[in-house]
Design a protein around this ligand. Structure first.
Ligand code: CP
Length: 318
């Protein structure tokens, strides 16, 4: 048991959107995440054995649900879960999200929710007495992914200010790039290249936010033109599930930007490739062998960042 490592964690209540974090909070989260890299190996934190986390996922997940659940187990706490809440919870009988949250308040000390509707985590937080963490709300936000993305960038490159970052792929429907753009807007001399076809270009609300903060950005369709100039390539999947019946639009957008050996050859030797995952075909398997491929390390960092976040929200719900 580790008694000193997380002795005075910063207090957090609900985690619903990336904008809620300022730079001081980010620095604290990253410091706590670094400590968690040791805690994860050495076995738990005193006082967590009676703390319970509920994971309520209405959309599929590999990384987010498993890393949150592993994080709680690594801290020494307990987990209650439903892996397909739409089918296996009483939502299938017509129960509202709000009633589900009110009921879970009686069983758990915090709730981690993934939902297909934008704003669902905010709705849950509005009726919850225990902290709610947004693990992805439709095409809205995925704030804990953005935190682990930024942690990865700092860990891999050593800084965030002054970086040149390409975000590639499904920017219109991608909650990870939206949350990451919000966080990057808090740093100095950031330059973002949004690389996407016209149908998937970054939404105006994010562009307005960046302009208001003086963040430089441009919109490109030619990935190869951008690759030699960037510190980070943040690749994303074109999300078939978000197109609904617009199959023709999906077919127009898929496969346009594939990172392969020729892409690596264009990139700087100290640049990194990131991806929130899952990938389909937008990063060729040959890229995995290159040390600049940071996406599996990025997913591993999710464990440490989520451990840190759990200590912070559980502090506030004592
Ligand atoms: N990055 C991410 O959210 O992955 P999952 O959908 O597997 O949780």
């Amino acid at each position: 048991m580790n008694r000193g490592m997380v002795s005075v964690p910063m207090k957090l209540n609900h985690v619903v959107e990336a904008q809620q974090f300022n730079r001081e909070m980010l620095a604290e989260i990253f410091q706590a995440s670094r400590a968690m890299e040791t805690v994860a190996k050495t076995g738990g934190v005193a006082g967590y054995q009676n703390r319970i986390m509920a994971t309520l996922f209405y959309e599929p997940s590999t990384r987010t649900r498993f890393s949150f659940e592993a994080a709680m187990h690594r801290l020494g706490g307990r987990v209650i879960t439903t892996e397909n809440a739409a089918e296996f919870s009483s939502v299938s009988k017509g129960e509202t999200l709000e009633d589900t949250i009110r009921i879970l308040n009686g069983y758990a000390d915090l709730i981690v929710i993934r939902h297909f509707e934008v704003g669902a985590a905010q709705r849950a937080a509005a009726v919850s007495r225990v902290p709610v963490i947004n693990a992805g709300d439709g095409a809205g936000q995925h704030p804990t992914q953005a935190l682990l993305d930024l942690y990865t960038i700092e860990k891999e490159i050593g800084k965030i200010d002054g970086l040149n970052i390409a975000m590639v792929g499904d920017l219109a429907q991608g909650r990870t790039v939206r949350s990451l753009a919000y966080l990057l807007g808090k740093f100095k001399e950031i330059k973002i290249h949004f690389v996407a076809p016209a149908l998937l270009r970054m939404k105006e609300d994010i562009l307005v936010y960046l302009r208001e903060r003086g963040v430089q950005y441009d919109e490109e369709t030619d990935l190869n033109a951008v690759l030699p100039n960037v510190d980070v390539v943040y690749q994303t999947r074109v999300q078939k599930e978000r197109f609904g019946d617009r199959i023709q639009d999906y077919e127009k957008c898929r496969g346009l930007y594939i990172l392969d050996q020729s892409s690596l050859d264009r990139m700087r030797p100290d640049a990194i490739v990131m991806h929130p995952l899952p990938r389909v075909d937008e990063i060729a398997m040959e890229v995995d062998r290159d040390p600049r491929a940071a996406y599996f390390r990025q997913a591993q960092n999710g464990l440490y960042v989520r451990m840190a976040l759990l200590t912070m929200v559980l502090t506030s719900s004592n």
